[in-house]
Structure formats: structure tokens, C-alpha cells
Unconditional design. Structure first.
Length: 215
């Protein structure tokens, strides 16, 4: 069954041939040969047995990524639910702060309406992923776990957005006449956009936790 050996080698082309990868290749090759032997013993031609066995392996790209560690199989609905939960809890604190600030600034009951509208952006995604998690708590998928450096992207985006807001706030207060511009509002978008790096970091840590669970 040289065909099987060549096939398995081709699957792992470009993958570093570590001891672990060698073991996985040998295991996969053995699995294919055993299954083919069963099929040929039942009267199936070798080529047809080979094709049927390969088809039964499923998504081979996903299989190789999982074997080589480029992807890990995790309970995705659980991770996304926990990510949304982190954002939801942060959203409660954030919206309460915004509502209190607006109320004390003279908005009155309007502060409640504004706060409820803003809070919907946190509660709706949370409910959606809560329902998904409750329906399929053990749903799994092969995913690529972010590297620590990937967290720099949302952090950088948050810092740039925050800097722009504070600069515009400063210019409005000190260059545009009129009492309507004399408040420091930049903390609200700064705190609001912080949801981005916070939830990205939460997702990263929960995926890492799930990956370690399999080790």
C-alpha cells in the first residue's frame, strides 16, 4: 500500500517533521491501511477502498491543522458565550456610569432612554450567544488560536480612537465659543470602545484555556 504512504506524506508536505508529527503520520497511515484492509476483505477493489476511506476522513485540512497544532478543537459556543458575558458585565458598569453622568449633566429622564439604547448593544449579543450555548453547550469546532501579539491590533485601534476623541474634545472646549461645548465627554467613547480589546482579550484567554484542556 505504497499509495497510502505517499498520500500521507503529501498531506504533511511543508509541515515540520517533528517527533510528534511523525507519530501522528504513522497513526494516520495505520488507520487508513486498517480501514482499507477491512473494505478489501469485504470484496471492494483496493483503489475504491482507498477512495472510500479517504472520503470518510472528513475535512483533511482541518485534520492536519489539528494534528500539527495550527488549529485546536474547542467548545466554541462556550467560549463565545463567556466572551459576551465579559462584555455584558463591563457594559453594565459602563452604561450605569454614562447614565449617571448624563443625568447629573441635566439630561434628566432622557439619560435613562439614552442608557437603555446603549445597553442594547451589550445585552442583545449576550442573549444570542447565551441561547446558542444553552442549546449546544458542547458544540466544537477547529479554530486558530490567536497569538498574544494579535491583541495589539484592538489595543492600538482603541488607543487611536481614544486619542482622536480627546483631541476633538479639547479643541471644542478651547477653540469653539459657547457653553454647550464646555464639557469633557471624551471619556465616554474611550470607555465604550474599550469593549473591543477587552472582549478580544477575553476570547483569546478562553480559547487558550480550552486548548490547554485538551493537552
Amino acid at each position: 500500500m505504497d499509495t497510502v504512504s505517499y498520500y500521507v506524506k503529501g498531506l504533511f508536505r511543508g509541515v515540520e517533521d517533528t517527533d510528534e508529527v511523525k507519530d501522528q503520520k504513522a497513526e494516520l497511515e495505520s488507520h487508513i491501511k486498517d480501514h482499507m484492509s477491512d473494505l478489501t476483505a469485504a470484496g471492494l477493489p483496493e483503489q475504491e477502498a482507498f477512495e472510500k476511506t479517504i472520503a470518510g476522513l472528513g475535512d483533511l485540512d482541518e485534520l492536519i491543522d489539528t494534528i500539527t497544532g495550527r488549529k485546536v478543537r474547542v467548545r466554541t459556543y462556550r467560549v463565545y458565550f463567556l466572551e459576551m458575558l465579559a462584555g455584558f458585565l463591563y457594559g453594565i458598569a459602563y452604561i450605569c456610569s454614562v447614565g449617571t453622568y448624563l443625568y447629573r449633566s441635566g439630561t434628566g429622564i432622557g439619560a435613562l432612554y439614552i442608557s437603555l439604547a446603549g445597553f442594547s448593544g451589550y445585552v442583545i449579543p449576550f442573549i444570542i450567544f447565551l441561547v446558542k450555548y444553552l442549546r449546544k453547550p458542547n458544540h466544537t469546532a477547529a479554530v486558530t488560536v490567536r497569538k498574544h501579539a494579535d491583541i495589539l491590533v484592538p489595543v492600538t485601534g482603541w488607543l487611536i480612537t481614544s486619542a482622536v476623541c480627546w483631541i476633538m474634545n479639547f479643541l471644542l472646549i478651547y477653540t469653539v465659543p459657547g457653553h454647550v461645548y464646555t464639557t469633557w465627554w471624551a471619556w465616554m467613547p474611550t470607555a465604550g470602545v474599550f469593549t473591543w480589546p477587552l472582549m478580544t482579550f477575553a476570547e483569546h484567554m478562553f480559547f487558550l484555556s480550552e486548548a490547554r484542556r485538551q493537552e
